[in-house]
Design a protein around this ligand. Structure first.
Ligand code: AP5
Ligand code: MG
Length: 191
């Protein structure tokens, strides 16, 4: 199974991706977690991306694509992508790569959460340098500017759906599982 999660900062992408990975026995691949690990390890990639991540700006597409290629190709039983793609350009570039492999994504899940709840969750969590008032505000702007167009680009595809992400994590998870089981892409080609 191959799926991806789209949602604003704090929408619960990481939380739901972990639940889906455990439920379906697939890999959880988080672009943000991988970038933060590089920053912590001070790798050349980490040094290059640190200031983007700290300020809540998107890391250049090529860097993210290069970083994700290996874990995605290694995920032989499938994956749930958390935080990628988050621009139309990333979606188009990734599609070219996976189409050649016959490994197109089978479900795109949009987690919809009101802004006040997003801010509440992020400030309560306080993850390192990017969960401050100012950076959270900037991340939300970046989401509106760069990722909302991706939702519009995917709108109407039969493998894309929106769930109300403001409910409890378990309720959201069960809703997602129900919805993906109904998708033709899963019933026709379980993998
Ligand atoms: P990334 O790590 O993807 O951060 P984000 O999109 O800002 O989202 P978060 O990880 O903060 O939130 P989440 O949706 O995962 O929610 P979570 O489950 O943690 O990206 C970080 C940075 O990396 C970017 O700013 C950018 O610089 C760079 N980057 C990443 N991907 C990139 C890409 N593709 N291209 C370019 N740059 C990229 O939940 C949040 C909190 O809420 C937690 O405390 C959780 O416990 C709680 N919570 C979750 N669900 C619920 C619920 N249902 N009810 C109550 N609380 C809940
Ligand atoms: Mg996350």
């Amino acid at each position: 199974m191959r799926m991806l999660l789209i949602g604003a900062p704090g929408a619960g992408k990481g939380t739901q991706a972990a639940l889906l990975a455990a439920r379906f026995g697939i890999a959880h691949i988080s672009s943000g977690d991988l970038l933060r690990q590089h920053v912590r390890d001070r790798t050349p990639l980490g040094l290059r991306v640190k200031s983007y991540v700290d300020h809540g700006d998107l890391v250049p597409d090529g860097v993210v694509m290069d970083m994700l290629r290996k874990p995605v190709l290694a995920a032989s039983s499938g994956y749930v992508l958390d935080g990628f793609p988050r621009t139309v350009e990333q979606a188009k570039a990734a599609y070219e790569v996976v189409r050649a492999l016959g490994a197109e994504v089978q479900a795109a899940i949009h987690l919809d959460v009101p802004r006040d709840e997003l801010v509440r969750r992020l400030l309560a969590r306080g993850r390192g340098s990017d969960d401050t008032d100012t950076v959270v505000e900037h991340r939300l702007q970046v989401y509106r500017h760069n990722t909302v167009p991706l939702l519009e680009y995917y709108a109407g595809r039969e493998w894309m759906f929106t769930v109300d992400g403001a409910r409890s994590a378990d309720t959201v998870h069960e809703d997602i599982v129900d919805r993906i089981k109904k998708l033709a892409s899963f019933t026709q080609a379980p993998s």
